[in-house]
Design a protein around this ligand. Sequence first.
Ligand SMILES: *Cc1c(COP(=O)(O)O)cnc(C)c1O
Length: 360
Amino acid sequence: MRVFNFSAGPAVLPEEVLRQAASEMLEYGNSGMSVMEMSHRSKDFENILFTAEQDLRDLMNIPDNYKVLFLQGGGWTQFAMIPLNLMRNKVADYIITGQWSKKAAGEAAKYGVVNEVASSADKNFSYIPDLSNLNITPDADYVYICQNNTIYGTTIKNLPNTKGKLLVSDISSMFLSQPIDVNKYGIVYGGVQKNVGPAGVAIVIIREDLIRDDVLPFTPTMLKYKTHADHKSLFNTPPCYGIYICGLVFKWLKKLGGVEAIYKINTEKANILYDYLDNSKLFKGTVEKKDRSLMNVPFITGNKDIDAKFVAEADKAGFKNIKGHRSVGGMRASLYNAMPIEGVKKLVEFMKNFERNNLN
Ligand SMILES: *Cc1c(COP(=O)(O)O)cnc(C)c1O
């Protein structure tokens, strides 16, 4: 029996996609073999890769002067690749809105000077600071953000005024959840295991002029964007099966009406939960309303024992992985694209019942 999986990542995938993958497990098309067994140089796999890229381009309206790279190493490898490839002046500005931007900044600090130009650490990252007039460093190579904070449940809704500097954004936990204008970024990237596919693939969308040979001199071959761009993500063996599943998810999303359509559904899903949280006498959200994420919804009761009881009872009732991250506590429901609206409705029903039984 399938459960409602509210995991923050790896996370729920569309059932339709899993069924199709299952039906193609032993034989993909007329190839006589599984995608896992194919040469990455075969026509069949090239077709899977290039179709996935085109579908992603269609879904996100990616302009022609941007390359799409399918890489390995998850989000963390990008924390290093970004400074290695972009730090010509060896200075970058980081906006710290949670653990992931903090970790990215820590990695960049190995290669150059990192300036924290804004931070919401003072209130445990429960809000997004004003980013409209930052003290941008004159010779900064780029400005870095984590656009959706998976752990804290906030989203940067107004992009920072970078004062002409390149913007780099980690969109791991909001990939394809709502429309974004790729033109506003130098690089947008994410690990796919939150909202797009299985762990093992990271997608990097990078403006062509940023793909250069003059990276930091000690940069490993595998960590140069140019290596992968020159070979259309086929420099070495890519994460073939993961890319294939991403491709199926792209098709699923296109059939559903694309990013605009899923954005509507995601908004509806998030509103169901937030509306309840705002009216509940037991549960409450942990972040400022204006900065709330559509994807990750942390909430607490204010009592650790009741939180633990809720998590245990929810788990028994088939609402899985709803325990919050240790740095926030309480609960977190991740409402990624593949979470059906019934999942959210049933969760809220369950919460209402729990509230009735546990409020004295
Ligand atoms: C999960 C996550 C990461 C880390 O990804 P890995 O693939 O585990 O390295 C980075 N950024 C964000 C926003 C995430 O949610």
